[in-house]
Design a binder for this molecule. Structure first.
Ligand code: FMN
Length: 485
């Protein structure tokens, strides 16, 4: 099966990394900003500080929604280098995720599909539509795989999916600040125009990932729309691509169409709602203080965010964190697991090493083994020091074969779930005065071996780490947009 063989061949192994470019010329990094040349632009307000919960979709609230989720959060400068950061994180800061809105009778925004240009916080009209009925607002996400593959080669498809998960988390939290729901829809994949090859001639293609409806009502039917008046030509991001990674196109095609799914409706979102300044200030730590011990209450608040149900979709939780706990007050250092569903607990017990302790450690957390796992965590995380200097590192085990076998599209969705969990940690870490960092680079089977896992029942899809950041004061921080409102 394409998706299983893709996953296997893109594992990093202790003796060999997944196939990627042999050399990188940083001066040739693809342009991180897609634009549609010739498309009509609408400037969005930087309204994040003016909104309140319960606002209706309009130019002002849509400006805030996008500013708080997909907008720039800062420019950074170091020597001759200058790069932008965004509210949503991204592996390697390469930002393969593109965002669209489909606005129907939204005051101040022309009816139609718009691409969001984060560089100047504006909308680019891709396709106008006729609509005279009630207000509806949709948000779509797509990926430009090449942006990520440029640096990471074959493994890049995975990173693109994790980035989508983070974008979903960023959008969900921005919507919460407005008091809005956000719900995935079953829609035709043509809705974002990503299959319109003529509009992407000479430019990197985009792959449709997900469409959601935003707002208070969140109906689940997608309206009949005539989308015929397309405008704008995608810009070329990398005029001289040096490599081709055909397995990415293969796995994208193999995971494209979700099977019809009937799930009981989720219980709704019951996690934290964060202030806008926290959403705008989220950052990754580059280095952690190796002596800092975090508070137990902060750790348990993070666990709470991880088990909260996400209301973006009605799938049950299929991704379960395993922690390398290094320094959490009043907690024994060691290896822990947090099954996020009752069924997962018995499955994990059946597949993990038989000598694990399974001692209840509060919440739904189980201590598997006591000990100092700093060196192991570092090795598993491609030998990155953030995994050992942090207060804890974790891996996210997905119920893999059983979920993806019948519906390969779930390969994407499981990564999105893992990305959402990472995002919950990023935000809760900020709330605790700490900081998180995503870890896409890990030795897959080294982690599985440690837990006694073999076969495809469980696979780790993402790792993460949280601690007290050490900030590099040589790097200058500048405002995201020329004139803040
Ligand atoms: C899916 C994903 C994987 C990542 N993997 C790593 C990693 O292995 N090592 C690391 O130091 N940072 C990693 N990061 C952090 C990114 O480098 C960081 O998000 C990016 O540079 C943007 O910075 P910001 O998060 O401060 O906005 C990862 C981030 C994401 C979203």
């Amino acid at each position: 099966m394409t998706v299983f063989s893709y996953h296997e061949r893109t594992k990093h192994r202790l003796e060999r990394y997944a196939a990627g470019p042999e050399t990188l010329d940083w001066s040739m990094q693809p342009n991180p900003f897609r634009e549609f040349i010739g498309a009509k632009k609408t400037a969005l307000p930087l309204s994040a500080h003016r909104i309140s919960a319960g606002e209706r979709p309009a130019l002002e609230s849509v400006g805030a929604l996008l500013q708080l989720s997909m907008g720039l959060s800062a420019w950074k400068e170091y020597g001759p280098d200058r790069w932008a950061l965004r509210c949503n994180p991204s592996s390697g800061n390469l930002h393969p995720t593109e965002c669209y809105i489909l606005a129907l009778n939204v005051p101040g925004i022309e009816n139609g599909l718009h691409h969001y240009a984060s560089l100047d916080h504006s909308l680019e009209l891709r396709c106008g539509v006729e609509w005279t009925r009630e207000t509806r607002l949709f948000v779509g996400l797509s990926s430009i795989h090449w942006r990520e593959a440029w640096k990471y080669g074959e493994r890049a498809f995975r990173y693109c999916q994790l980035d989508i998960g983070h974008a979903l988390g960023a959008l969900r939290h921005a919507a919460l600040a407005l008091g809005w729901g956000l719900k995935m829809l079953d829609t035709p994949e043509t809705v974002l125009g990503t299959e319109r090859l003529e509009d992407f001639a000479g430019a990197e293609k985009e792959e449709f990932d997900i469409l959601l409806e935003a707002g208070s009502g969140c109906a689940t039917d997608f309206p009949e729309l005539e989308m015929t008046n397309w405008t704008g030509q995608a810009n070329c991001l990398d005029p001289h691509p040096m490599y081709k990674w055909p397995v990415i196109d293969e796995v994208a095609a193999a995971t494209r169409h979700p099977l019809p799914h009937e799930n009981p409706p989720s219980a709704g979102y019951s996690g934290a709602i964060y202030p806008v300044d926290l959403l705008l200030g989220r950052r990754s730590a580059q280095q952690f203080d190796p002596a800092f011990t975090m508070k137990k209450e902060h750790f348990f608040r993070m666990l709470e965010q991880l088990v909260r149900l996400w209301d973006i979709w009605d799938f049950e939780s299929r991704v379960h964190p395993v922690f390398f706990l290094h320094r959490v007050e009043a907690m024994a250092p060691g290896l822990y697991v947090l099954p996020r569903s009752d069924t997962a607990l018995s499955k994990l017990k059946a597949h993990f090493r038989s000598d694990f302790l399974w001692e209840q450690a509060g919440h739904d957390l189980y201590l598997l083994a006591r000990g100092d796992f700093r060196a192991v965590a570092k090795t598993v995380s491609c030998r990155q020091a953030i995994a050992s200097d942090s207060c804890f590192a974790m891996g996210m085990l997905a119920e893999f074969e059983e979920t993806i076998g019948p519906d390969p599209w779930r390969y994407r969705q499981l990564h999105w779930e893992a990305g959402l969990m990472g995002h919950a940690l990023y935000l809760e870490a900020e709330a605790a005065g700490l900081r998180g960092t995503g870890i896409g680079c890990f030795f897959d089977d080294a982690f599985h071996d440690l837990l006694g896992l073999s076969g495809k029942t469980f696979q780790s899809l993402y790792h993460f780490t949280v601690g007290m950041p050490l900030v590099d004061s040589r790097i200058l921080t500048l405002p995201p947009y020329p004139k803040g409102e």
